[in-house]
Design a protein around this ligand. Structure first.
Ligand code: ATP
Ligand SMILES: O=C(O)[C@@H](O)C(=O)CO
Length: 421
């Protein structure tokens, strides 16, 4: 198997799988650590394991990532990809750095690259600083993220303390070097710091990085960098030169429910857009903590019985999020919303919903786990990095779209539903 991937959240996993499908390799996506023993797959195959380890304590994240690594190695993975967010979502403690270091130690490798850029979605790194559209990360809406507010745009400064502040461990592979071409990039990787944050402004930079770094046992970054690795392996004759012609799975049709737990700027716009055309139930963390879910079960059943696609959402602006967090604590404010939306998904499925559109990585993790889904097949992309997926739960097949908080345009939810209606 050419590549084994560990994704730190579920939307990130479907994003990565979609971009690898675009690169013409057969992708299998598993939710959580597989319970069955690993068996070697075909040489051109890619396995993605979706974990929910972005916001948890670093020690626990490392343990889960290493268990996934062992499974992937037993399945014959020749390279490992550590997928995190294109906005480098992490706290001061981790988990991007500690997991990367643990994977390097287990793989016996001394260096890796960090390539979060996703130019198609407006995420670019220049001189180590990450930009979201035209804003530096720390001035973008990511500064107000409920779980991992990003308050420094310089990724070398974000990463260094996660690795114990050891001087010299973290370095920068800058854009002027990348523009000198593959040989300069390969030289910079070989002589650079063990943890090398890489600039990339467009896909040609990602291509140059992939060509120079493809031999590393561990590669890390967003989905856009991974998308260029199969071509680099083909050029090096490590992968069959023809792209596979994967047939995308068809999606079940039927009633749809949108579940939005992301408070990202784009999700807020998408929720406002869809609320104007579909019945919407707002969930409030403080009321949920008091046991008041606004009659959620009856509301969902009524929508489905009357044939209306509907939305449940907890989306809120930074002030409201801060108020809920100071009343309940950060973890509990997030957990009550995730639990409520996971319950909503179960109710919707037992009353005939065939399609679920979920906004938010943590939210997607909570919902997918609550439904007991263990694998997803990747279908057509709705927006860059957001594919429809086909999964199985106790009620049979369902169509699932797991949308990263800031991905998609304002009309994403209607677009998604139209694509499968
Ligand atoms: N009104 C609210 N107040 C406080 N926390 C909330 C509120 N609404 C949602 N949350 C929590 O905020 C977190 C949002 O994280 P999530 O990963 O789902 O979205 P995201 O970070 O925007 O998405 P992604 O990681 O895919 O970019 C969840 O834990 C969710 O339960
Ligand atoms: O890389 C991204 O931006 C997404 O796949 C993601 O990880 C959001 O949670």
């Amino acid at each position: 198997m050419i590549l084994g991937c560990i994704a730190d959240d579920f939307t990130g996993a479907t994003d990565l799988a979609a971009l690898l499908v675009r690169a013409g390799v057969p992708v299998s996506l598993r939710i959580g650590l597989p319970s069955e023993p690993a068996s070697p797959g075909p040489p051109e195959a890619v396995e993605v394991i979706a974990l929910k380890i972005r916001a948890i304590e670093p020690g626990r994240a490392v343990t889960q990532a290493l268990a996934a690594l062992d499974w992937l190695l037993a399945a014959g993975a020749r390279h490992i990809y550590w997928k995190y967010c294109s906005t480098f979502d992490s706290t001061m403690r981790g988990n991007i750095g500690p997991v990367a270091q643990a994977l390097m130690d287990r793989l016996g490798t001394e260096r890796t690259v960090y390539v979060p850029s996703f130019p198609e979605n407006g995420r670019r790194v220049f001189m180590g600083n990450l930009f979201v559209g035209d804003q530096p990360l720390a001035e973008s809406p990511m500064k107000d993220h409920p779980l991992n507010p990003m308050r420094d745009s310089d990724l070398t400064r974000v990463l260094a303390p996660q690795l114990g502040d050891d001087a010299g461990k973290v370095g920068l592979l800058d854009w002027p070097t990348i523009r000198q071409g593959q040989a300069a990039v390969a030289g910079a990787i070989a002589s650079g710091a063990p943890h090398l944050v890489c600039d990339a402004l467009d896909d040609s930079d990602l291509e140059a990085l992939a060509q120079a770094a493809h031999a590393l046992p561990l590669l890390t970054g967003g989905s856009a960098f991974a998308r260029h690795l199969p071509d680099a392996w083909r050029a090096a004759e490590l992968l069959a030169s023809t792209e596979g012609d994967e047939v995308l799975p068809t999606m079940p049709k039927g009633p749809a429910v949108v579940l939005a737990g992301s408070c990202s700027a784009m999700t807020r716009k998408q929720v406002a857009h869809f609320a104007a055309m579909a019945p919407t139930l707002r969930l409030d963390p403080q009321r949920l903590a008091e046991g008041d879910d606004g009659g959620m079960q009856d509301w969902i059943i009524e929508c489905l019985d009357t044939g209306q696609d509907c939305m449940l959402q907890a989306t809120a602006g930074p002030d409201e999020v801060a108020a809920a967090q100071s009343a309940l604590g950060v973890e509990k404010a997030g957990a009550v919303v995730e639990e409520a939306l996971a319950r909503a998904a179960r109710i919707a499925r037992s009353h005939g919903a065939a399609r679920l559109v979920v906004a938010g990585g943590e939210t997607s993790g909570a919902i997918t786990s609550a439904l007991g889904i263990t694998a997803l097949r990747i279908g057509a992309e709705i927006a860059p990095g957001v594919p429809w997926c086909r999964g199985e739960d106790d009620h049979g097949s369902l169509a699932l779209a797991l949308k990263s908080g800031n991905f998609g345009e304002e009309d994403f939810f209607t677009r998604a539903l139209e694509q499968t209606s």
